[in-house]
Design a protein. Sequence first.
Length: 206
Amino acid sequence: MIKKCQNHGFFRAEACACGDAGTLILNDEQTERLGRFISGALRHFPDDLGLAMNQHGWVDLDVLVDAMKTRYKWSNKEKLFSIIESDEKGRYEIKANKIRARYGHSVDVDLDYEENTLPELYYGASREEVDILLEKGIKPVKQRYVHLSTSVDKAREVAKIHTEDPVLLVVNAQEAQNDGVAILSATENIVLADEIPPQYLSLMTE
Ligand SMILES: [Zn+2]
């Protein structure tokens, strides 16, 4: 559910942090449906919706709104903004009437972010795959980029979606970058790379 506070904008809770109950913008089902639609449109199948995505992943905001309204008659631009602005993970960004997903692409994009500056990054893997990763490195499977986390906690959280008891790998980002591996900051928590060769990986010791 997404609501709007007159003073603080969109929020996903019963009440805004200021105590205001807000007005309802999207119920749970609508939030889920629009969320899936936006993710699909900006990460996986822009072509199917007639969205001309540029190489950096941007599509025209109004074209996306039109495609959304065609599918969901009850939707509109404000409802789209409510999803984007209340998204706690910062999955999307809007700039100059264009919109893009910040990460999670399966389509071929070339994202133009700043280089990450953290010396160490983290990746959570299942016990079954960890030996292969240490031997062959981390490569994207269905996604365009490998997604790394900026903290141990985030890496564990991400990995727990797929495996109950993740093993954590430490990525020596500084050395990788010194050797010319591009590692880009997508959000505060998520960093992207084409791949991480094995020599920059080590098992995290508890
Ligand atoms: Zn408020």
